[in-house]
Unconditional design. Structure first.
Length: 317
């Protein structure tokens, strides 16, 4: 019997978590997060963990009273794995994801991978084989020190010249990721897109993408941003993380909400500038996510939940 795994993916604010939870309830599944920031403890609002959505209300068909509905808590994995000060990467994610898949399958349940970090999803589905630095430790450290001296603009210039494919899809505001892509090139002599060897894992995957027209997604992004800022306490979250010892530099490295709110708290931008700049950057981020996902012809793009459920049911037969 082939072990089957469902993957629900898509850009930020597309509603992946809600769909994933409904499928987990319907098909006896558990959620495995595929989000590069949700692995960090205490980073809840800005990363959109939406932990409340894992408490699914099941209405008693014999009663019209909501108070008599049953709450089913859906188990989830790879959320709150490490502290924000700890470095985490795709190789660590892949290892933990395979462990989680085996754990879920061993209990006769269906793994439902949910997230928008394309590299993390591909690492699991394609079975990327990660290798250590092929240089000596001394040379690796020397290379990193040299790259540390360059500005983000200089790093991007090199990456565009050496690995244009990675340049197009990478988060160009995340200096740490740009630098790592360059490190791979200098260590191997090959662009990042060609380096990763693959070994297909022993699972069968169904990949479903949740997508909306651009104008609709833009409205969803803005609505969610307002909720996070005005109702869910995103500014308080960033302030608390800093008070707990997470440096401004580290918070800015996480990008998007954490970068802009950090700038606001440091008085580098005012509130209106933060909201406008953050809204624009999240929308650009969503476009990059779609650029990544559109390369994959195996993804079934659906929006209607009834159709999604039908496709999953056929897959699991």
């Amino acid at each position: 019997m082939v072990n089957k795994v469902i993957v629900i993916l898509g850009p930020t604010a597309s509603g992946k978590t809600k769909v994933g939870v409904k499928l987990a309830v319907k098909f006896n599944g558990e959620i495995i997060s595929a989000d590069s920031r949700q692995v960090y403890q205490g980073m809840d609002v800005g990363t959109g963990k939406d932990l409340g959505e894992y408490n699914f209300k099941i209405q008693n068909p014999k009663s019209k009273s909501i108070s008599k509905s049953k709450i089913q808590k859906i188990p989830y994995h790879l959320v709150d794995v490490v502290k924000p000060k700890t470095e985490f990467n795709v190789a660590k994610y892949q290892k933990l994801a395979y462990q989680a898949i085996e754990d879920v399958l061993s209990r006769g349940k269906v793994p439902v991978i949910v997230g928008g970090t394309g590299l993390y999803i591909d690492a699991v589905v394609e079975g990327y084989q990660f290798s250590q630095c092929q240089m000596s430790n001394v040379k690796c450290q020397k290379l990193r020190k040299e790259l540390n001296k360059l500005t983000l603009k200089q790093l991007l210039g090199r990456l565009k010249k050496l690995d244009p494919e990675t340049y197009e899809i990478i988060d160009q505001k995340n200096q740490r990721r740009v630098q790592r892509a360059l490190e791979i090139y200098y260590q191997t002599g090959l662009p990042k897109s060609q380096v990763l060897r693959k070994k297909k894992p022993p699972y069968q995957f169904l990949k479903i993408g949740i997508n909306w027209p651009l104008e609709v997604l833009a409205k969803r992004i803005d609505q969610r941003l307002v909720e996070r800022l005005e109702k869910e306490g995103m500014i308080k979250e960033v302030k608390r993380l800093h008070q707990q010892g997470v440096s401004w530099q580290r918070l800015e490295e996480f990008g998007l909400e954490y970068k802009w709110v950090s700038w606001y708290l440091q008085k580098k931008v005012n509130y209106d500038e933060m909201v406008k700049g953050l809204s624009q950057e999240i929308k650009k981020f969503a476009k990059r996510q779609m650029t990544w996902f559109k390369r994959d012809q195996e993804i079934k793009w659906l929006r209607n939940y009834g159709k999604i459920e039908g496709v999953v049911r056929d897959f699991l037969k």
